[in-house]
Design a protein around this ligand. Structure first.
Ligand SMILES: O=P(O)(O)OC[C@H]1O[C@H](O)[C@H](O)[C@@H](O)[C@@H]1O
Length: 524
């Protein structure tokens, strides 16, 4: 059975939302908390270590019930069932979408279990030093060579869980920029470094070129035989990895039903296992699994990913918000936004619906942001007084990990103060100076989490994974393909040929041809 193919704008709920929006856009609701003392309590979801307050949004009871009706009309419930049951909902690639199966501890597939065991064994040997390099020394540095989903997830998680890290130093080579590669290699000793080549396809130009370069660098000290002690691969393309010279026992398989941007739960997470140990990795998977169950079972009105997705649709499609920000008040989460950008924008950056028809409504949200409180001193001016409406997620933790309560109190004071200032503005403050006046009424969600733990991080990531899925269902698009990245790859291949041949004659676009000539002749 294929996914429902319902144009959201043709539903009853959408039409009702349009009418409702005309009323809502006239309102200024800053004083809504005075009028309804129960509002903060009503628009919240408590779940395990999470407290989600979405009361500072431009919504009423009616908004929410119409959005929930929309979810019903586009058959979200059925779509969720289809995804979890392994139907091939990635129809344009004819694949199932089962990253949730990687953490389904009630029913782990034998191949998933086997890979987890292999990851556990291997990472333990690296961590405890029993795996020796070619001169008999233990490994001190682990380098993940991969890009996109084979980089952003592992990097985000290893940074986020820094508190749980062991002695190993973890590095990431993603960019094909040789300067970047050189900067990483210059501090590394081939005798004590493990390279993990991560590529689902093993055909990604940047990863293959970087892996080949690094192997040559290694071979200046070690022999071909030594490669087996220092290079392992993670891939769904086992033959490709073997061709590169990795022996079968050093290949960690992954399945084609795991999309790149959802793959950190798979063997792609090997660098995470090395960084924090298998038990912590497993705890993260369990946190995601718990969120999967919440998403599958909870009523939509109390369902965190569903409510967050519906609010986002409300702003994106009715208020025509151009983007949304994510600001985590935690230095640990400084790589969260780049990770989310791939997850959200590669998934939902589509303009053709599931019927193959061009879409005439807005899809894919633009996600941006950085950590707080830094962001307050950079772009918050625009959130407060700019002309654009930018709904923002604020993510914070109640407990610090290192016990520095004084700093944490300041951090959290800023965290709470900003959502209040964004909502309240200066209306109650009798400000006459127009430059110092704040409109307020800027929507935010507050995601307050007890503590940064592997478990809670797993749940947090899963919230955003499911949120984007819900939005894809509402927008009637296929969230799990990424054809939009292909054209650029093809053009880059032919451009590289022109560069290598020093001949721009086959380049058609005149701007590109001109630029290439300047580059080839070093004319500036
Ligand atoms: O893991 P790989 O096959 O090397 O793919 C790496 C990345 O490149 C592709 O171009 C896709 O846009 C990403 O979704 C993917 O994560």
């Amino acid at each position: 059975m294929s996914l429902p193919k319902i144009n959201p704008t043709k539903t009853e709920a959408w039409k009702a939302l349009e009418t409702h929006f005309q009323e809502m856009k006239k309102l200024q609701m800053q004083d809504v908390f005075e009028k309804d003392a129960n509002r903060a309590n009503q628009f919240k979801i408590k779940w395990q270590d999470f407290y989600i307050d979405y009361s500072k949004n431009r919504i009423t009871d009616e908004t929410l019930s119409l959005l929930l009706k929309l979810a019903e009309e586009v058959k979200l419930k059925e779509a969720i069932k289809q995804q979890f049951s392994g139907e091939k909902i990635n129809e344009t690639e004819d694949r199932a979408v089962l990253h949730t199966a990687l953490r389904d501890f009630e029913n782990l597939k034998p191949e998933v279990k086997a890979t987890l065991q292999k990851m556990e064994r291997f990472s333990e040997e690296i961590i405890n030093g029993s795996h020796k390099g070619f001169t008999g020394k233990a490994i001190t540095d682990v380098v993940n060579i991969g890009i996109g989903g084979s980089h952003l997830g592992p990097e985000m998680v290893t940074e986020a869980l820094q508190f749980y890290r062991n002695h190993l130093k973890i590095h990431f080579i993603a960019n094909i920029d040789g300067d970047g590669v050189a900067e990483i290699l210059k501090d590394l000793n081939p005798e004590t470094t493990l390279f993990i080549i991560v590529s689902k396809s093993f055909t990604t130009q940047e990863t293959n070129a970087n892996a080949a370069f690094v192997k040559d660098w290694f071979l200046k000290k070690g022999s071909e035989e030594d490669v087996q002690k220092h290079f392992v691969a993670v891939s769904a393309n086992v033959d490709g990895a073997k061709e590169f010279g990795i022996s079968e026992e050093n290949i960690f398989p992954m399945q084609d039903w795991v999309g790149g941007r959802f793959s950190l739960w798979s063997s792609v997470g090997l660098s995470i296992c090395c960084a924090i140990g298998f038990n912590n990795f497993e705890a993260m998977l369990k946190g995601a699994f718990e969120m999967d169950n919440h998403f599958k079972k909870e009523d939509f009105g109390k369902n965190i990913p569903v409510v967050l997705a519906l609010l986002s649709v409300w702003y994106n499609n009715f208020f025509k918000a151009e983007s949304e920000a994510v600001v985590a008040y935690s230095q640990y989460l400084y790589k969260l936004v780049p990770y989310l950008q791939q997850a959200v924008m590669e998934s939902n950056g589509k303009s053709v619906d599931r019927n193959g028809e061009k879409i005439d409504y807005q899809t894919g949200t633009i996600v941006w942001g950085n950590v707080g409180s830094n962001s307050q001193h950079a772009y918050f001016q625009l959130l407060h007084q700019g002309t654009k409406l930018i709904p923002t997620d604020f993510i914070g933790f109640s407990e610090p990990l290192h016990g520095n309560t004084e700093n944490h109190n300041i951090l959290m004071a800023n965290f709470f103060a900003q959502t209040e200032a964004l909502w309240e503005g200066t209306h109650k403050k009798n400000v006459q100076n127009p430059f110092k006046f704040f409109d307020g009424y800027k929507p935010t969600n507050t995601i307050l989490i007890k503590k940064m733990t592997p478990n809670n991080l797993g749940s947090l990531i899963a919230i955003y994974e499911h949120k984007l899925f819900v939005q894809g269902i509402i927008w009637n698009i296929f969230s799990y393909d990424q054809w939009g990245v292909e054209l650029g790859k093809t053009v880059a291949k032919s451009t590289l040929q022109s560069i290598e041949k020093k001949d721009s004659s086959v380049i058609e676009n005149l701007s590109t041809k001109n630029l290439l000539n300047i580059f080839l002749n070093n004319e500036h």
